[in-house]
Structure formats: C-alpha cells, structure tokens
Design a protein around this ligand. Structure first.
Ligand SMILES: Cc1cc2nc3c(=O)[nH]c(=O)nc-3n(C[C@H](O)[C@H](O)[C@H](O)COP(=O)(O)OP(=O)(O)OC[C@H]3O[C@@H](n4cnc5c(N)ncnc54)[C@H](O)[C@@H]3O)c2cc1C
Length: 433
C-alpha cells in the first residue's frame, strides 16, 4: 500500500497541533451542537440535544479505535498525544447565562452527559476554582454561568497523525514524502493511475497503478476527486476559511487555566466563530490558545496555492456556490470584521473571557485552513454551506475521499459512510483477489 505526501512530513496541514483547536469534540462544552427552541414571546424554552448526542457518540467511536490501536501497540503512549482536560461551557451576560442553564437542564439526564456539573452565577467561589482566569478582575455585576465535564480531552492531532503513519510504515506501508499527486485517472483495465511529481531536488514524475484510492488530502481532496472525474463530486465546492490564534506561553498564566472553555458566538455568527480559551499540550509543551480570529483565503491548504478556489470552480458547482455564498453573508461579514480588527480589538475579545489578559503574554500565529463544504441541498436543490465532514465515494467504492473541516479530526472514524466505504472496498478487494 502506498501513501503520497507532498510535504516533507505528514500531519503538517490542518492536523498539525497549532493549526487546529485540538478539541476532542464530544459536545461537552461546544454551544453550537445544541439549538435554541424559543417560546412565542421570544424567550428561550429549551435546547435540542440530538446533534450533541450524535457528536459525542462519534467521538467515543474515535476513542475506542485509538484505544484499540494503543492496546495492540500501534500507537505510542497516550500521553504523547491525548490529555484529560475539563471541558467548560461558559455563558457571559444574562442571555448566555439563561442558555447555559437550559442547555444543562436538557443534557444532564442523558447517560452521555450525567457527569456534567453546573456553576450558577451566585457560586463565585466554585467559579474561581473551576476557571480562575475567567473570574479574576471581572465586573461583579456581570453574571457568568458555567458547566463542567471532567473527562474532556485535548488532542495533539499532529502527533496522533504522525504516530498512525509510523504504524502504517511498520505494517509494511510505503510512505512517499515530497511527492505530490498531480492527476488521478481511471485506466481502461479498470485500475486507477495516480500521477505523482517529486517536489524539490531530484524531481521527477511517476505513474502508479492502484485498484483502490483513498483521497485524504484535506482541503485539496475536492481538487483530487474532480481530477478523478467521478460524477458523485459534481455540485461540490469548498469555502476556505483561515485565521489566527492568540497564543500564550507564560507558564504562570498557563498553569492557572488547565481547562478548555467554549462560549457561544455573537448572535447569528456561524459555528466556527465560537470563541474559546484552551489549555493545550502540543509536542509536550503547555500553552493557551484563544480564538480563532477568522480571515479569508483562496487557498484550500495552508501550504496550498492562491489559485485553489479558482481551479475548483466548475460549471456544475457555480450555482450551488452562488446560492451558498448569498445565504451566508453573515460569515463574510464576520470574517471581514476579524480581518480589520486591530491588535487592541483582539485583546479586547480575549479580555471578554480573561479580563486580566496582559498583551505582553500573547502573540498571534496563523491557524490552518478549513475548507468548508458547499453543495446542493438535497431537500431544496439550493446551494448550502455545510459545517462538517463527509465522504464522497465513486466507481463502485474503488475511490473515496474525505471532504470538509471541523470537527473532522474527532469524528473521522465514524463520519457518514467511512465505515461503509471501507466495507465496500474490502468486499471489492475480496472479490478481486
Ligand atoms: C482552525 C481549525 C480548528 C480546528 N479545530 C478542530 C478541533 O478542535 N477538533 C477537531 O476534531 N477538528 C478540528 N479541525 C478540523 C481538523 O483539523 C481536520 O478535520 C483534520 O485535521 C483533517 O485531517 P486530514 O488528514 O483529512 O487533512 P490534513 O491534516 O489537512 O492533511 C491532508 C494532507 O494531504 C496532503 N496533500 C494534499 N494534497 C496532496 C496531493 N495532491 N499530493 C500529496 N499530498 C497531498 C497535505 O500536504 C496534508 O499533509 C480544525 C481545523 C481548523 C483549520
């Protein structure tokens, strides 16, 4: 089995620890997985829990798979890539406090969330113990409410990716670094021909034949599936969104916040704009990340090309793209606001959650690129923007690829038809051999 990677190492794109938020998305703290249900007078009645249950189940499948890989010696010691971290959902101000309370009421009786505890606005001492940085220096008249789940995780997905690929090599897999796939075509003999180019010194082209192809190319998966010419990818486009993290490496600050805290975004803001102040362990180093501050890009990968978005535009995806963009102007507005936000504006955002943040402790680093899926809504036929990850399969399961972004790393083991797709591939392999 061969794997091609255009960079000098695997796990350096979205999966790199600094390029994503490292959240094991179990729905313990992310407000966007529970939707508000309002009364006729506009007040909040309850929140829905079907999506949060689904995300939690998906993440538990990933954890089971990683546990299996660890127990069978294919992954190194878990503390090199996963850490227990309390997951806290935070509400600041009257409306958000109400939301956090209703969310707690709706979720606490479900078996997946029974360990969730709540800290009400009047429980000031408890709040200080849970998340001191959130409490210190805050206006006592500003109500806050939190829920906590003690078995949340922070994952260094870059380290996990590298470890999985080492296991792939130890099992006989052939990893070709600095090798870019430039074309994918079906041959007359039924096999796929993968054209590759070696980047850098000693560059050269090669044509590799394969019965089965998996396209795990992050933001470039769309371009690769388009090259393969499978009709199943028609109508798909990607909306690339990037941004910055604010990062703090001052150990005195970091040691006061060994938790991940997520808060609801501004009203009407898209799910990716949820602000969060995260304790992270990346490559063994403990840091805090805040963000993300969004930004626009034409690249589908961090180390991609500014022509990516233009290359992906095809006659079949023009209408869904126009429809999805016109229906998501709030995202464009949010990104533009972040693009033009000054350093003081960004510090102001951090201080909304961590009131005593010192500008000397924070620097800004680029985050990875999320290539969000644009596709035709199967119900309405109109273009829609989808926040999630899905698998596209073609040619009777001989090719499949993973499209989309967050929370892809947490949920990829059970995303849509991945397992189904592997089953189809496995049965094809059996019938071909
Ligand atoms: C800002 C941000 C925050 C996120 N936060 C979270 C989070 O908290 N939790 C979570 O679960 N997920 C999160 N995600 C999503 C998660 O990072 C991605 O879903 C996941 O990392 C995707 O993994 P991948 O292997 O599919 O793609 P990538 O990690 O992007 O890897 C694709 C690889 O394919 C290579 N490649 C591409 N094209 C070619 C080619 N033609 N030839 C050869 N090689 C090629 C690339 O170089 C790269 O190494 C976040 C993403 C972003 C950007």
């Amino acid at each position: 089995m061969m794997m091609f990677e255009r960079l000098g190492a695997p796990g350096e794109e979205s999966s790199n620890g600094f390029n994503n938020a490292g959240t094991g998305h179990a729905g313990f703290m992310e407000p966007n997985y529970t939707k508000e249900v309002k009364n006729a007078d506009g007040s909040l009645r309850t929140v829905t829990t079907d999506k949060v249950e689904h995300v939690c189940e998906q993440f538990l499948s990933s954890r089971q798979y990683w546990e299996y890989l660890t127990k069978t010696g294919k992954l190194p010691k878990p503390d090199t890539w996963i850490h227990q971290t309390n997951h806290i959902a935070l509400g600041v101000g009257k409306d958000q406090v109400e939301f956090i309370k209703k969310r707690y009421e709706a979720m606490k009786s479900h078996p997946l969330f029974t360990s969730m505890e709540i800290c009400l606005p009047e429980e000031k001492e408890k709040a200080k113990q849970w998340a001191p940085l959130i409490v210190k220096g805050r206006d006592p008249n500003e109500p806050i409410c939190m829920t906590k789940v003690p078995h949340g995780t922070d994952v260094d997905y870059g380290a996990l990716t590298k470890a999985k690929i080492t296991a792939f090599q130890e099992l006989g897999g052939d990893l070709r670094l600095h090798t870019e796939v430039t074309d994918v075509k079906k041959n007359k003999d039924g096999k796929w021909v993968i054209t590759t180019k070696v980047n850098g010194a000693g560059s050269g082209w090669a044509y590799n034949k394969a019965k089965f192809v998996f396209v795990g190319a992050g933001g470039w998966a769309l371009l690769m599936l388009q090259k393969a010419g499978i009709p199943e990818v028609n109508g798909y486009m990607a909306l690339p969104v990037t941004g910055d993290w604010a990062i703090c490496q001052n150990p005195e600050v970091v040691h006061q916040h060994r938790v991940k805290v997520y808060a609801p975004g501004a009203p009407g803001a898209p799910p990716m704009s949820m602000p969060h102040l995260d304790y992270r362990t990346i490559g063994g180093k403990e840091v805090l990340l805040f963000g993300p501050f969004g930004s626009m890009t034409m690249k589908f990968l961090r180390y991609g090309s500014v022509t990516d978005a233009f290359r992906a535009l095809k006659p079949h995806n023009l209408i869904p793209t126009a429809g999805a963009l016109s229906r998501n102007l709030s995202l464009a507005v949010m990104l533009m606001k972040d693009v033009f936000k000054s350093a003081m504006g960004k510090l102001h955002d951090i201080r909304h959650y961590y009131p005593e943040a010192d500008p000397d402790d924070w620097v800004f680093i680029p985050a990875g690129v999320r290539a969000q899926i644009i596709k035709k809504d199967p119900k309405t036929g109109k273009g829609m923007l989808q926040f999630g990850t899905e698998v596209v399969t073609g040619e009777n399961g001989t090719i499949c690829g993973l499209l989309g972004a967050s929370p892809g790393a947490s949920t990829c083991v059970s995303i849509g038809p991945v397992l189904d797709c592997l089953e189809v591939m496995a049965s094809n392999i059996r019938s071909c051999s």
